[in-house]
Design a protein around this ligand. Structure first.
Ligand code: ARG
Length: 461
């Protein structure tokens, strides 16, 4: 039998016995890398076009390859393509089928190419598409966030530090904090895309190829911004995938913090929001329950994305140049990071749009915790008392109000004046929640006017 016709047809020539079943299963990647099939075919077509232009293969070969690939794409799409474990990975499965369909032209496709530069190219093409999807989902999420922030631009609620009442903020302002976080997340993905979008093909196994190839043509056909400039680096490194997982870990971290807040806000002790029923689940035993499963799961899934980042970093750290089979292990973490971030963003964009707020409960929560105590200290400082002294005076006033079980704004003027003669009737304006909010009227501040201005700026971008 011609060695190229055996099941492991690409390299069987050198071997005296077939691979054991367990080794076959251990080394094969087709079960998961078949998701790269579109990118694999696309890259092969660009490679074949270049080979024909450079007269390395004939125009007739190229036509055969194009015809065969069109049929293979159709077979995969309609589910009639037979994936074989014997053929190890997506690349060999497609190449073998091509050869069956078009004969020798199929066997010529791999001229001047190796699976090492092939897989590196496929992964970059795949990741580029994934990043584009994620960027558009991030934008959707942000636009829903801006809509909600606009509706709640003037809604006061307690801002926390240490999860204790600190100062009043507007809900719109609070939501815009997440806008800023995800804006930086988007920047990170854009940046990662730049470094991902370079062509490895032409590196061949590791050293380049002796054929008169035109790498720039292939790069152009595939929409890459340029070529990887060192053949060893082109096939060996997966830093772009690690970077992607880093950006993914960060966006998940942000969404996880938001999730934690959504869960808290839904608790009746807060009662700040309700999440639409379609994002919640019930309990099999407690009939009254509505559980915020979606944010809880997002919080949980953040851990697996962190894990993928750690997996890829560890995967690379001990590898001598150039390609090593270790790199096959890049795919499952990367794919799962893509899926997790994509699904989470898609569902969050919808969930944000399905949030209804309970402004009365938010305002109510401000009746406890002396959120305007800082405003009283600022009031005294404006009147000449050094801030540290003002701080001490207000501390005493809070203790007094606490003993009476009232808010600072509910103390009589005479009562307040016991703590400082600088206090006048106009103090009550400073002690109200709305006065406190309106006073923080600078860029980045929580005043409703500033929230609306920030939203307008965000929408312009
Ligand atoms: N399935 C392999 C991977 O994912 C393709 C490259 C295989 N190259 C090799 N020399 N065995 O990395």
């Amino acid at each position: 039998m011609n060695p190229s016709d055996s099941p492991q047809y690409t390299w069987a020539g050198r071997f005296s016995e077939p691979m054991s079943e367990v080794v076959k299963r251990y080394t094969a990647s087709v079960a998961f890398d078949r998701r790269l099939w579109r990118h694999d075919i696309r890259a092969s077509l660009a490679h074949a076009t270049m080979l024909a232009r450079q007269e390395i293969i004939s125009a007739a070969d190229l036509a055969d390859i194009e015809r065969g690939m069109a049929q293979i794409a159709e077979e995969i799409e309609t589910g009639t393509f037979v994936w074989s474990l014997d053929l190890e990975d997506v690349h060999l499965n497609i190449e073998k089928r091509l050869t069956t369909l078009v004969g020798d032209a199929g066997k010529r496709l791999h001229t001047g190419r190796s699976r090492n530069d092939q897989v590196a190219t496929d992964i970059r093409l795949y990741l580029r598409d994934a990043i584009d999807d994620i960027l558009s989902l991030l934008k959707q999420f942000q636009s829903r966030l801006l809509d909600l922030a606009e509706a709640e631009a003037a809604t006061p609620l307690p801002g926390f530090t240490h999860l204790q009442v600190a100062q009043p903020v507007t809900f719109g302002h609070h939501l815009l904090a997440y806008f800023e976080m995800t804006r930086r997340d988007a920047e990170r993905f854009v940046d990662c895309r730049r470094r991902t979008n370079r062509l490895p093909l032409g590196a061949a196994a590791l050293a380049g190829t002796s054929y008169p190839i035109d790498r720039h043509l292939v790069a152009e056909l595939l929409g890459f911004d340029g070529v990887c400039e060192n053949s060893l680096d082109a096939v060996a490194d997966r830093d772009f995938a690690i970077e992607f997982c880093g950006a993914s870990a960060l966006v998940m971290m942000h969404l996880s913090r938001l999730s934690e807040e959504l869960v808290l806000w839904m608790n009746p002790r807060f009662g700040f929001i309700t999440i639409a029923d379609r994002f919640c689940t019930g309990s099999s035993i407690m009939p009254q329950k509505r559980n915020p499963d979606v944010p809880e799961l997002a919080r949980g899934k953040t851990g697996r994305v962190y894990g993928h980042l750690m997996a890829l970093l560890t995967l690379m750290k001990g590898q001598p140049l150039a390609y090593n089979k270790d790199n096959q292990e890049d795919k499952e973490p990367l794919f799962d990071a893509v899926d997790t971030v994509t699904d989470t963003l898609r569902i969050f964009a919808e969930m944000i749009a399905g949030i209804s707020t309970r402004p009365e409960n938010m305002r109510d929560a401000l009746r406890q915790g002396y959120a305007t105590a800082t405003d009283l200290a600022d009031y005294l400082a404006h009147r000449g008392l050094p801030f540290r002294d003002a701080h001490a005076v207000v501390g005493l006033a809070v203790r007094h109000a606490e003993a009476l079980g009232v808010d600072l704004s509910e103390l009589a003027l005479a009562d307040l004046r016991q703590f400082s003669a600088l206090i006048d009737e106009d103090v009550f304006k400073a002690l109200t929640v709305d006065g406190s909010l309106a006073a923080r009227n600078h860029i980045g501040g929580t005043a409703p006017e500033q929230v609306l201005a920030a939203i307008a700026r965000a929408r312009r971008k």
